[in-house]
Design a protein around this ligand. Structure first.
Ligand code: TTP
Ligand code: MG
Length: 358
């Protein structure tokens, strides 16, 4: 059975600005997309959770937001959006997520679905998501909220349930109750126009919507859309992510303590190699490049790789090679190592299984 996670970063653009500007620690933040027509012409891109308390939100005109800020008890900073910077942060966060999940579907600059189905229980899936969120917070100082549910539709709604910095689990038998009292517009894919029509049909909440026979929805919205709305009301959504194959697979781990002793690092490399190898087997692929990643105590990330003569799916070769790379790599690193990682690249389908064994 599928277990899907949805991870959405909290007031993303504003959070990014707070990370790089210490003057903003205590202030509210509004990120603006200026129209280029001069003055304050333009719209609010996002507001942080302080500014939201004063009714400032995405989509509002900057002029209006500034009016509200005047009446606020907080000092609120207005900043122009810097998309290039947010994309960099987003990209790094995506890599953190990829290290933990079997599959990822990036839905926007600040949200991604993750496939957690290889976990046996919701408890295990929850632990994986907690770890992803704490690594994002630790490495990028940005908080994320998450939903864990049987499909994408419910996971997305669940990630919004306890924002900011929250995590909500909706197990299959809880889906009905979880959705029941939500306004219909909260169902992803039901826009304001459809919601208004449904309200006219006296469906305010999802629970109301469930009482409308599918035939009536089809008569009103057409076959495809009518069925889709009916499905959403019952919490039925996609259980599979859109497949975007990863070009490499990696696992990283923070060492129990900073060290440059190979005897401490070797067992971690072995575990990481086993983890990566497990996923290589699951995906029925072969790899032709092996890399070791080392994050030093001053948080610099360095990578060293080796290309094999032929693609393989051997786990033993992966461990041995990663170990060799790591030992040589340590010679070139000053000071201690904080995190290590193992990565495979040059991935291809394992169509010639027998030949590739060695
Ligand atoms: P959202 O995830 O919708 O919003 P958010 O991350 O700011 O806040 P939340 O904590 O509720 O998730 O959007 C992600 C980013 O996309 C947001 O930081 C800024 C940008 N964005 C716009 O530029 N315009 C918009 O209208 C919206 C909604 C978002
Ligand atoms: Mg967000």
């Amino acid at each position: 059975m599928a277990i899907i996670g949805h991870i959405d970063l909290d007031s993303f653009f504003a959070s990014c600005e707070r990370v790089r500007n210490h003057d903003l620690q205590e202030r509210g933040i509004v990120i603006c997309m200026y129209s280029g027509r001069g003055g304050d012409s333009g719209a609010v891109s996002t507001a942080d959770y302080i500014a939201r308390e004063y009714g400032i939100h995405a989509g509002m005109s900057i002029v209006r937001a500034k009016e509200r800020a005047l009446d606020a008890d907080h000092d609120i900073a207005f900043l122009a959006a810097d998309k290039t910077y947010y994309k960099d942060v987003s990209h790094r966060i995506r890599q953190i997520i990829e290290e933990h999940a079997d599959g990822i579907e990036v839905a926007s600059i600040d949200e991604a679905y993750v496939d957690l189905s290889s976990n046996n229980t919701y408890e295990e899936a929850e632990r994986v998501v907690s770890r992803i969120r704490s690594e994002i917070a630790e490495q990028e100082q940005v908080t994320a909220s998450a939903g864990i549910a049987p499909n994408k539709l419910v996971a997305k709604i669940a990630s919004d349930h306890d924002k900011p910095d929250g995590q909500t689990v909706v197990q299959p038998d809880q889906v009905g109750a979880f959705l029941a009292d939500l306004p219909v517009k909260e169902l992803h894919g039901i826009g304001p126009k459809t919601a208004a029509t449904l309200n006219e049909m006296s469906a305010e909440t999802v629970k109301d919507l469930r009482t409308i026979p599918v035939q009536r929805l089809i008569a009103r919205f057409g076959e495809t859309r009518g069925v889709a709305i009916h499905d959403k009301a019952h919490g039925n959504g996609a259980e599979q992510l859109e497949r975007r194959e990863k070009k490499q697979l990696s696992r990283l781990r923070t060492l129990p303590q900073d060290t440059r002793n190979m005897a401490d690092i070797r067992p971690v490399i072995r575990e990481l190699a086993q983890d990566v190898h497990r996923r290589v087997k699951q995906r029925e692929i072969r790899y032709s490049r092996i890399a070791v990643i080392m994050v030093t105590e001053d948080l610099e990330t360095r990578t060293r790789s080796r290309t094999l003569k032929a693609a393989t799916r051997s786990g033993e070769l992966l461990f041995r090679t990663a170990e060799e790379i790591a030992a040589a790599f340590l010679e070139d690193i000053d000071g201690n190592v904080r995190r290590v990682g193992v990565r495979v690249g040059g991935l291809e389908d394992d169509t010639q299984k027998q030949l590739s064994e060695f």
